[in-house]
Design a binder for this molecule. Structure first.
Ligand code: FAD
Length: 355
């Protein structure tokens, strides 16, 4: 029997969407060109909040807050069908002043955030901010997907969609054809590629982020943030330092410049890190979008095409709420979230082209 939904892309957006859709009784297949969760969803830091919520607009905070309210419970429910512990940890985040500056309390009414903020000496503490360990979170989701009977096709190579008039007829890779009732694009930074004939007016583009990894147990037990850089402790003593924001296309190489900058920032924020070796240096491509606002929407005219992509810096944070919203939209039911800002709007000159 044909699946009801074919999900294109097995990062956190695809896995979370598939799980939520299947919970509603839909038959779901995920097709991932490589390995599940090895792109941005693996590379990120796993902080479950916008870094400084008062820097973001309501559509970003709405999704992050809706996710934040359910994250712990969402993971606990997944753990019923998964062995891997995603290491959910409400460790809090402390904002340090940039050099020679004082930190000032933000106007909390402008925050639109569920998080408490306390001023402590010359720092701001957000004690409720939590984290999950990306690499493990992806494994948790993958295990739950398989346990719940969702079909997961990995290693397909690039899949693209074929349309006839206002319908997608099928999806193709170099060797296979896939058919379903509906097609959901969750391909992260590559989300404009499977249906290049149906672009979004809010461009999704890769934004490279580089990270460093240290190992020094007992040194840090809260996230530190200062002047764009964060340090994230893991429970086992690893510490991540990140991250760069680079518009370099689909180039995932790491650079000596970023290494040196991140190392200098990390050791100025936490001097006791000086002398700790960097044990890993990697990069990932975020699905960048204007103002960090994702596209979570049905296509305006192609009836059986939707997208849940472009979560930029906060796709791990937004995953449960974004999955719930796309499910509501596909089932045609009222959502508790205002979906207006996430709509798929076609640029005027492409509305009629289907190749
Ligand atoms: C350095 C860094 C730090 C970050 N820190 C955080 C953080 O602290 N908190 C947070 O919330 N977010 C963070 N993020 C952002 C977060 O990781 C992303 O927003 C999120 O992972 C996006 O998930 P995704 O599933 O949409 O995309 P991806 O994880 O990139 O997954 C997309 C998948 O689609 C597949 N695919 C692509 N094209 C095709 C195709 N044609 N056919 C089939 N499959 C295809 C890819 O192989 C990939 O597996 C960070 C990102 C980076 C890079």
């Amino acid at each position: 029997m044909l699946p009801d939904i074919l999900v294109l892309g097995g990062g956190i957006s695809g896995l979370a969407s598939a799980l939520r859709l299947q919970q509603e009784g839909l038959r779901v297949t995920i097709v991932e060109r490589n390995q599940t969760g090895r792109e941005s969803s693996w590379a990120g830091g796993g902080i479950l909040s916008p870094l400084l919520p008062w820097h973001y607009t309501e559509p970003v905070n709405q999704l992050c807050d809706a996710s934040g309210r359910q994250y712990g419970e969402w993971l606990a429910a997944l753990r019923e069908d998964a062995e891997t512990d995603p290491e959910f940890w409400p460790c809090g985040m402390r904002i340090l002043p940039a050099a020679d500056h004082t930190v000032t309390m933000p106007d909390q009414t402008a925050c639109g955030s569920i998080h408490r903020i306390e001023q402590q000496n010359n720092t701001l503490l957000m004690p409720d901010i939590a984290q999950a360990r990306n690499s493990r979170l992806i494994r948790t989701l993958r295990e739950a997907v398989l346990k719940r009977g969702i079909q997961l096709i990995e290693g397909s190579g690039d899949v693209r969609l074929v349309a006839d008039q206002n319908r997608i007829t099928h999806a193709v890779s170099a060797t296979e054809q896939y058919q379903a009732g509906h097609y959901l694009i969750t391909a992260g930074a590559w989300s404009n590629q499977p249906a290049s004939f149906a672009p979004t007016s809010r461009k999704i583009e890769p934004v490279r982020g580089q990270m460093l990894l240290f190992y020094q147990p007992g040194l840090l037990n809260e996230i530190l943030f200062s002047a764009g850089t964060y340090l994230i402790p893991r429970r086992d003593g690893h510490i991540l330092a990140g991250s760069t924001l680079e518009y370099v296309g689909f180039d995932k190489s790491t650079t000596a410049t970023a290494f040196n900058q991140l190392l200098a920032q990390a050791t100025s924020m936490l001097p006791a890190l000086a002398g700790s070796p960097v044990i890993q240096h990697w990069s990932g491509l975020r699905p960048g979008s204007p103002d960090n606002i994702p596209t979570i929407s049905r296509h305006p005219s192609i009836q059986n095409l939707s997208m849940n992509a472009g979560h930029f810096r906060y796709g791990v944070t937004m995953a449960p709420a974004a999955a719930e919203l796309i499910t509501d939209l596909l089932l045609g039911r009222q959502s508790s979230l205002d979906a207006t800002a996430y709509q798929w709007i076609s640029p005027p000159d492409t509305a009629n082209s289907r190749t």
